[in-house]
Design a protein around this ligand. Structure first.
Ligand code: NAD
Ligand code: AOT
Length: 316
């Protein structure tokens, strides 16, 4: 994948899609943003993507397409999907016209169960699944704040497509995205889901940041119980999570360098009255638990409480 020849689309150009779009564009890649939020697309079309990028203001001119108006004229070599989990199926439906026989689709969303959705719209050989530690925040239509560093891990879903996955990781790394091939992406996805399945919902329910939650006397016991529920469900899928390492990984969120952070679920629901990804995190564990006969009482209750809070706040 020579950087200059690859045509990339970011399908879902909110906070994270904008970050990836900006970094790829600065790496010399031909990148187009596709999104369903009209004001955001119009703002980028008129003024460029305005980013506060590591403390500096930068504006990047990028081609944009409104999701509902995607035409079939051009096919992309690579589409990186970056919607919220509940928007993924609609996005894949709307962008069918730009997916060719050879178009690779990379999914880096948080949460579980996205391969099942992807497979309804994309052939298995073209699907690549990943996980990212980059972060991003929208500050308004066409505006993002990007700081800190991150990484990407990814793997092929189709059998025998390891070399394509490795090339894809190299391609992303050429633009500074720090990507690597993983031979066990489902482990990494569960590992990140444990962070989201504790920090995101608990800070949202308790209206606090990660450090404030971590300082409570009950934090450790709650984290241990939730991580054990994730591990019990993953075990049925033959993924053996290292519970002690995972608890330490989750509790590293209390480090002063990041403890002031309000996770994306908090930003979505409490700050912006938007619906959350709970059904793809704790809710996915609840559903899998019921299916496998594994009790997941904390994930069940948390999922119901987040949905109740969405109703109370009139989330859209
Ligand atoms: P986002 O909410 O910024 O964007 C997702 C979609 O929602 C985009 O189409 C965006 O245009 C739209 N949207 C955002 N604000 C809107 C508004 N006010 N009105 C109408 N539409 C709006 O999502 P994101 O943070 O980029 O997350 C994408 C995926 O990446 C999710 O699965 C998330 O969990 C994951 N993720 C996010 C971060 C992060 O730091 N933001 C980090 C790692 C993974
Ligand atoms: C996060 N945060 O994923 C990012 O807020 O949803 C989120 C999120 C990078 C590493 C750990 C957590």
């Amino acid at each position: 994948m020579g950087v200059l020849k690859v045509k990339v689309a970011i399908a879902g150009a909110g906070a994270m899609g904008s970050r990836f779009g900006l970094m790829l564009s600065q790496g010399g890649v031909d990148v187009t943003l596709i999104d369903g939020w009209k004001e955001h697309i119009n703002a980028i079309r008129e003024n460029g993507l305005q980013a506060n990028y590591n403390g500096k203001d930068v504006t990047v001119k990028l081609p944009v397409m409104l999701q509902a108006e995607v035409d079939c004229a051009e096919k992309f070599d690579l589409v990186i999907v970056f919607t919220k989990s509940m928007q993924l199926a609609q996005m894949l439906h709307d962008i069918q016209g730009v997916l060719g026989e050879q178009t690779k689709v990379l999914c880096l969303l948080n949460g579980l169960g996205h391969v099942e959705t992807l497979e309804k719209y994309v052939q298995r050989d073209n699907i690549f699944l990943g996980n990212t530690m980059w972060t991003a925040g929208l500050t308004g239509p066409g505006k993002v704040k990007l700081f800190g560093s991150g990484s990407v891990e990814l793997e092929n879903v189709g059998d025998g497509k390891q070399d394509d996955a490795k090339q894809l990781a190299e391609f992303l790394s050429a633009s500074g995205l720090n990507a690597s091939y993983s031979d066990n992406i489902l482990y990494s996805i569960y590992r990140k889901a444990c962070v989201n399945g504790t920090m995101n919902c608990l800070t949202t329910l308790l209206d606090c940041n990660m450090g404030q939650f971590g300082a409570t006397s009950t934090a450790h016991q709650i984290v241990v119980t939730i991580v054990k529920e994730f591990a019990a469900v993953a075990k049925v899928e033959k993924i053996d999570l290292d519970v002690d390492e995972l608890i330490a990984h989750v509790e590293s969120c209390y480090d002063p360098s990041i403890s002031g952070h309000y996770p994306s679920m908090y930003q979505d629901l409490i700050q912006n009255k938007r619906k959350t990804e709970i059904d793809y995190i704790n809710g996915a564990i609840s559903r899998k638990g019921r299916k496998y006969g594994v009790p997941t009482p904390y994930c069940d209750l948390i999922t119901e409480m987040i949905h109740a809070k969405e109703e109370l706040l009139g989330a859209k």
